[in-house]
Design a protein around this ligand. Sequence first.
Ligand code: ZN
Length: 129
Amino acid sequence: MLREFKLKTNAEDLHSITQPVAEAVRESGVGEGICVVYCPHTTAGITINENADPDVVTDLLLGLRKAFPDRPEFCHDEGNSAAHLKASAVGLSVTIPIADGRLLLGTWQGVYFCEFDGPRNRTYYVQVS
Ligand code: ZN
């Protein structure tokens, strides 16, 4: 089963998508399998990280900004090379096992859509099999 989701993002943001992904798994009726969450963009990504303390998301974004600053020597005309770098570093998809009809996420784990060049209208896909 493949589901498409739409998302309106902020300038730079880790947007929790755990709920819609979990619902897609429930709707699929798959008891044991694999869930792939995929983002078809080049300046956004998908990651799994802590869902409890919102400061973790703040620190992730701060760390990525420090690791991948905008540089005057970048060649890409669009001027968003730092966002492309962050997207490649974070990755464009995650794979989560399904057991007993549920995502096998740890207690403190959540799934995030990572926007690095917003605000934009974005799409992500959830494949359950
Ligand atoms: Zn670009």
